[in-house]
Design a protein around this ligand. Structure first.
Ligand SMILES: [Zn+2]
Length: 52
């Protein structure tokens, strides 16, 4: 699977995902994602976004 933005290769990693909701910041650790080796774009697998 290649990056949507620059078409470079991506690697599977676990990342720390932060969501800002008004004055609260929710931090979710160890979220599986694919990270572009070129631009750093994170691509979350289908279902991950829904679960958060
Ligand atoms: Zn990229």
């Amino acid at each position: 699977m290649n990056c949507d933005l620059c078409s470079s290769r991506t690697t599977e990693q676990t990342v720390t995902y932060t969501i800002q909701l008004d004055e609260k910041v929710i931090v979710v650790e160890h979220v599986p994602a694919r990270v572009c080796i070129s631009c750093g774009e994170r691509l979350y697998s289908p279902g991950t976004g829904e679960r958060l």
